[in-house]
Design a binder for this molecule. Structure first.
Ligand code: HEC
Length: 102
């Protein structure tokens, strides 16, 4: 049973900060990743229909958080654009989650 639930594919939990609580923005980002991104990029960012997001290459492709947020907002080829579906705050939250947690 434990294994089955581990395989069900929840995105990784937001680690607790030094004050013992998880950053609420990252938790919002995790929720968005779960509902809008994992179908293509995998629960842990391992990739699928979309490329891997957890290889460490993201920081090279998008050195600044704003570059990543703009990419998510506008999309590219088969990557859908989220600018009309998510608020700027939501896009920043999911961009931070992808960079800092995956
Ligand atoms: C319908 C499938 C799909 C969904 C849903 C999706 N993506 Fe993508 N994503 C892709 C594809 C395909 C690419 C490759 C785009 C290309 O051809 O350049 C991509 C590329 C990316 C990249 C660039 C990776 C790199 O190293 O260049 C990032 C970052 C990304 N997606 C984040 C997200 C986030 C965050 C979400 C949710 C808000 C999301 N994606 C939802 C399919 C998807």
């Amino acid at each position: 049973m434990l294994l089955a639930s581990a395989c069900a594919g929840s995105p990784p939990e937001v680690p607790l900060g030094s004050d013992g609580t998880a950053d609420p923005v990252l938790q919002v980002g995790r929720g968005i990743y779960d509902s809008s991104c994992k179908s293509c990029h995998g629960a842990k960012g391992d990739g699928g229909a979309g490329p891997r997001l957890n290889s460490g290459e993201l920081d090279e492709d998008f050195p600044e958080l704003i570059d990543l947020a703009e990419f998510i907002s506008s999309g590219r080829r088969r990557m859908p654009s989220f600018g009309s579906r998510l608020s700027e705050e939501q896009i920043t939250a999911v961009a931070r989650y992808v960079r800092e947690v995956l």
